[in-house]
Design a protein around this ligand. Structure first.
Ligand code: FMN
Ligand code: SF4
Length: 651
């Protein structure tokens, strides 16, 4: 369908209705669970209010149903302290506020004809598991192997949880049989090595899931009961796509109302929150194959990042409904914009996973890299400035662009000066690395937004302090220069940005000094390896990319391994020669010389460029510093700082 086609024709499938069990869906888009990072619906009143506002905006935009997270209580010996991913003792269904909050979310979303289901989740291995074998080699959890009595107790806990749901107006439940859930571990021939009635044959491996489904169905007559399944397991010995189809077909015959298909684990490649290294909607054909084998509606979720892609998946018959999580974090109005034919306004998700990594790696509150207003729906859009003023933003990287746009939205007259010939700063450079197309799309979107808002952008304009005395307000977002570590020889090494920009070309065998904890060294290695270079990455840290998090690291590391990139850790580079480096083992202090390289490259992060701010703040007031110019960090920090400053400038 051409880009110019009117919305109803272009999205004929997306906005059609569907019967799902007893429910009538208003569209073919649902929101799968991801709100646990945004706020806790079961937590404080404030937390619940924030989550509800987040959900409501997306419901009003057109989401047919949302599935909220619901962890089932576990069973341990007295005093056992569970730890690990989603380790849970009590569970959500036994919380005193469960009924009240369930009623609240159901009623609030019903106002938008959006239904609410709750997931029944129990991550396996912490410590309960069918057998001693776990699929996850990145953490050495040693489980408690469940006895038949343990199994009975868990079935009863699911039954009790379903009974709790029956006392609420929730539309039903989704059984979480995916993402290394305890139930997936029973389904899998890799992690289920039991020799009793719950292990061995295909039927035996399904027995636990069948018992749970029967118990839940009994307690919830007339409500929706769906299942979420991993289409195939990535680890050798796990079930493959063919067996995934058999599992879906067998379980769907037990009276379930839909099958939701996902791919990935909580640690691997792909992870279930697939980062940018994967293709949009990469496994929708797996859902299509399952759809052929079942008689109930099928949902597909996984990097469905645009209404066009969603429409294609539906039109091809790969799914009856698509799940879109991060795409709707990045833009809560995604569906409304699609319906109105304004898809060019959709703020694109870059799939770098800060929405989950900030919370689980940095220990920070939720934040989206491209949408600083996500999870701030209660605060509303950026307010109109009490006193509209003239703002000059110096630096057109992620911080400067976002500030310029937000300030213009709040009514200031905004100019933006950028020293380079293109907007984007370091993001623009990063787009030269493989699998960074999404960043380029985001920059295009941000550039178009500035244009729409009438921000006067001047490229190739390097500011001097004298130029910056006249504007009423000045914001300095001059970013960071490439950092050279303070070791002998670093000044002669090649710098990542010059390599990515193509201004220098390394020789065939390249050693990369990695002193940045996120994507920079990995992206540089990918760029070089893709071009046929032999690459060795040398980290001083215990492992590579410690800020990347379990959901993001598998994708890039799988790519690098496939291209033969060598990664060394715990080796701090102490001296750099023309074709060698000396390293020191960080704990034993043992020295090693690594030689035989054609080039030494630095991927050592940034060094703040705040010179302009320092010079200016002596000479005038109302000058502000933001982004990497203050301290080099990730894009999500830059856009959030821009948002915070824009609110101050509006007050
Ligand atoms: C912050 C966050 C929390 C999530 N929590 C859950 C969860 O509790 N249960 C679940 O089945 N999936 C969970 N997911 C996975 C999503 O439901 C979805 O399958 C995944 O994000 C891929 O879809 P997307 O590409 O549309 O984001 C979570 C995802 C995110 C980003
Ligand atoms: S934080 Fe990143 S991955 Fe998550 S929704 Fe925002 S742009 Fe997408």
């Amino acid at each position: 369908m051409p880009d110019s086609a009117p919305a109803p024709a272009r999205y004929a499938h997306l906005f059609s209705s569907l019967d799902l069990g007893p429910l009538r869906l208003k569209s073919r888009v649902m929101m799968p669970p991801h709100f646990s990072a945004i706020g806790n619906l079961w937590g404080s009143e404030a937390d619940a209010a924030r989550t509800l506002a987040y959900l409501e905006e997306r419901a009003a935009a057109g989401v047919a149903w949302v599935t909220i997270t619901g962890r089932v209580g576990n069973h341990f010996i007295p005093g056992f302290e569970p730890s690990g991913l989603s380790a849970e003792t009590l569970g959500f269904f036994r919380l005193p506020q469960f009924a009240e909050r369930s009623r609240l979310v159901t009623e609030r979303l019903a106002a938008h004809e959006t239904h609410v289901l709750i997931q029944m989740t129990m991550i396996g291995g912490y410590p309960n598991a069918p057998s001693e074998v776990l699929s996850n080699p990145v953490a050495n959890a040693h489980p408690h192997v469940m006895t038949p009595r343990d199994i009975d107790a868990i079935v009863e806990e699911y039954r009790h949880s379903a009974r709790m749901v029956a006392e609420t107006p929730l539309a039903g439940v989704e059984m979480h049989f995916n993402h290394d859930d305890l139930v997936e571990q029973f389904l899998s021939p890799l992690t289920n090595t039991r020799t009793d009635d719950y292990g061995g044959s295909f039927e035996n491996r399904l027995r636990f899931a069948r018992r749970l489904l029967a118990a839940v169905r009994e307690e919830l007559p007339g409500r929706v009961v769906g299942i979420r399944l991993n289409a195939f397991e990535e680890m050798p010995g796990g079930y493959d796509a063919e067996e995934g189809i058999r599992i879906a077909a067998a379980l769907s015959e037990t009276g379930v109302d839909y099958v939701s298909v996902v791919v990935g684990s909580h640690w691997g490649s792909p992870s279930y929150i697939q980062p940018q290294q994967y293709d949009p909607g990469q496994w929708s054909a797996c859902a299509g194959a399952i759809r052929q084998a079942v008689t109930v509606p099928v949902v597909y979720t996984g990097l469905v990042d645009h209404p066009d892609l969603a429409e294609g998946i539906l039109a091809r018959g790969d799914a009856d409904v698509v799940g879109m999580a991060r795409a709707q974090v990045a833009d809560g109005q995604l569906l409304a914009r699609a319906r109105e034919g304004k898809t060019d306004l959709i703020r694109p998700c870059i799939a770098a996973n800060d929405c989950i990594n900030r919370r689980y790696v940095d220990g920070l509150p939720f934040g989206c890299a491209v949408n600083p207003m996500a999870a701030k729906e209660l605060e509303g859009p950026i307010p109109k400035a009490v006193l509209p003023r003239e703002l000059l933003v110096v630096g057109g990287g992620p911080a400067g662009m976002e500030l310029a746009a937000l300030a213009a939205e709040s009514g200031h007259r905004v100019r933006l000066w950028e020293a380079a010939s293109e907007l984007g700063g370091q993001l623009r450079i990063a787009t030269r690395a493989p699998r960074y197309e999404r960043l380029a799309r985001f920059l295009d979107w941000q550039t178009a937004r500035l244009e729409r808002l009438g921000v006067e952008v001047t490229l190739n304009r390097r500011a001097e302090a004298d130029d910056l005395l006249a504007p009423e307000v000045v914001a300095i977002a001059t970013g960071a220069a490439g950092r050279r570590p303070p070791v002998p020889g670093a000044e002669a090494a090649l710098e990542a940005r010059d390599i990515l920009n193509g201004t220098v070309t390394p020789g065939r065998r390249v050693l990369v000094v990695a002193e940045e904890d996120h994507m920079q060294p990995l992206a540089l290695a990918d760029h070089l390896a893709t071009r046929g270079h032999e690459v060795v990455l040398v980290y001083g840290t215990n492992t590579p990319a410690i800020l990347l998090g379990r959901y993001s690291i598998g994708g890039p590391l799988a790519r690098l391994d496939e291209m033969g990139v060598e990664i060394r850790a715990m080796e701090k580079v102490t001296t750099i020669g023309p074709d060698w480096v000396e390293t020191m083992q960080i704990y034993s202090k043992r020295r090693t010389r690594l030689d035989g390289f054609d080039s030494i490259a630095l991927a050592c992060g940034g060094r703040s460029d705040s010179a302009l701010y320092d010079a200016l703040s002596e000479r005038r007031g109302d000058v502000h510093l933001l982004g990497d110019a203050f301290a080099p960090r990730r894009m999500v920090f830059a856009t959030r700082q821009a948002y915070a400053l824009a609110r101050i400038l509006a007050a």
